[in-house]
Design a binder for this molecule. Structure first.
Ligand SMILES: CC(C)(COP(=O)(O)OP(=O)(O)OC[C@H]1O[C@@H](n2cnc3c(N)ncnc32)[C@H](O)[C@@H]1OP(=O)(O)O)[C@@H](O)C(=O)NCCC(=O)NCCS
Length: 405
């Protein structure tokens, strides 16, 4: 039997506001965060019969306790999805949610699924980074990786070493811009439509409601950033101000074949053009998005000049700068992270990939002349992931032609 490849479309994405580790969401179970956003996705897309969801994949980096037990299945049952809907858990550290999307999408392309739910969650309050980690001693005894490879901030310092033109001043300027772009996006109401307010509880403070990202610092100044400590190396360049923080949060997305989206009357906002993952030296993990983007572009038959919008995860400012410098894109290019990024709103590890996609869908809506966009991120132990998307809210004009590319 011959089968045609199916087009995958991104229908909708939502997230919790991201909390600060130890903050508003610290006493909320990670699986409950996923339940809240799954229910919201179903509420926002009432024409989709829940029993037509073919599979559910949810990512977390530390898969124990409330992040264990095959999250895709447990969260689906807890969210009231029919028992007939299966689910599973997925892990590629920071690119967990991105991998949930690409893995499920491959199933759609192959004709195994019509509609899927992807998600990612990390409670860094309840599961601190590296908790329970037991790296094989051979990694170090046989020098398979450098000791820095297991400390993400140390890998970022290594990037400053490798690319001396990527100075701390440039990293701080990029970080300050992330904060101000985020503040601007909030003021314009661009971020709030995809946030699901979360009821919070605290033994000390009682009940509350988290409606916005908790770690934002809109008052950030270059002077304030200049004086911060460098926790990963004495006299280093990576600080709490030019790095993403430690956060709690969850994201989820609804994807479908174009045919199923049409059948259920779901508005398709982006089409997946292609994706790629790539490996680099683990102690320079932040440069991972360079080869993954080159690979994804080559496979799609596109070049970097074809890309009108970029959502690059801001694990560390220096790592975004390494990406931009490689592709000859200015640090302050308005096509890059127009609503700010993880330095301002936070990076609850496995959840961030879908935040990037949700942002890109909004960027596309505000920029109908944009045709292609990418979501890309670096990944622990030396990897990068890139997904290329086509704007289905495109107005037919070519933004890159107008730029003279
Ligand atoms: C960098 C890191 C160690 C900082 O942790 P922390 O010390 O708990 O961070 P804090 O929020 O307390 O900030 C430290 C200080 O910087 C200050 N600060 C942070 N951001 C600031 C900003 N934008 N402007 C001014 N000051 C700022 C804080 O006020 C605090 O000051 P204080 O010491 O006087 O109280 C931590 O966020 C981290 O590990 N980040 C990387 C996470 C990571 O590796 N993720 C995976 C990526 S692959």
């Amino acid at each position: 039997m011959s089968r045609a490849l199916q087009d995958v479309v991104f229908v909708d994405g939502v997230r919790t506001p991201f909390g600060k580790a130890g903050g508003a969401l610290a006493e909320t179970r990670a699986d409950d965060l996923v339940v809240a956003i799954f229910r919201e996705l179903l509420r926002r897309n009432p024409t989709l019969p829940p029993e037509r969801i073919d599979d559910v994949a949810v990512a977390a980096t530390t898969q124990v306790g409330d992040q264990g037990m095959t999250l895709g299945r447990t969260a689906s049952l807890l969210a009231g999805l029919p028992q007939s809907v299966p689910g599973y858990a997925i892990d590629r550290m920071c690119a967990g949610a991105m991998t949930a999307v690409t893995t499920l999408s491959s199933g759609i392309m192959a004709g195994a699924y019509d509609v899927v739910l992807a998600g990612g969650v990390e409670s860094m309050s309840r599961h601190p980074m590296g908790d329970g980690m037991d790296p094989n001693p051979r990694f170090l005894s046989e020098r398979l990786v450098d000791t820095d490879a297991l400390v993400m901030g140390a890998t970022a310092e290594n990037l400053h070493d490798r690319y001396p033109t990527l100075t701390k001043d440039r990293a701080d300027a990029f970080a300050a811009a992330s904060q101000s772009k985020t503040a601007h996006a909030y003021a314009e109401g661009w971020i709030q439509p995809d946030l699901v307010p979360i009821a919070t509880r605290s033994a000390e403070l009682g009940w509350g409601l988290l409606t916005a990202d908790e770690a934002m610092r809109p008052e950030t100044t270059l002077d304030g950033l200049a004086g911060l400590k460098t926790p990963f190396r004495p006299h280093g360049r990576v600080t709490a101000g030019n790095a993403s923080g430690l956060n709690d949060g969850a994201t989820a997305a609804l994807l479908a074949s174009q045919t199923a989206a049409d059948e259920f009357g779901l508005a398709a906002r982006m089409r997946m053009v292609g994706f790629a993952f790539a490996g680099v030296e683990p102690e320079f993990m932040g440069v991972g998005p360079v080869p993954s983007t080159e690979k994804a572009l080559a496979r799609a038959g596109l070049s970097i000049e074809d890309i009108d919008l970029f959502e690059v995860n801001e694990a560390f400012a220096v790592q975004v700068l390494a990406f931009l410098e490689h592709f000859g894109i200015p640090d302050d290019d308005p096509r890059v992270n127009p609503m700010g990024g993880a330095i301002a709103v936070g990076h609850p590890l496995a959840s961030s990939g879908i935040r990037l996609m949700t942002y890109l869908a909004r960027d596309f809506a505000r920029t109908p002349s944009a045709r292609y966009g990418i979501t890309t991120m670096c990944i622990g132990l030396g990897m990068g992931g890139t997904v290329i998307w086509e704007n289905l809210q495109h107005d037919g004009s070519a933004a890159h032609d107008r730029r003279g590319a």
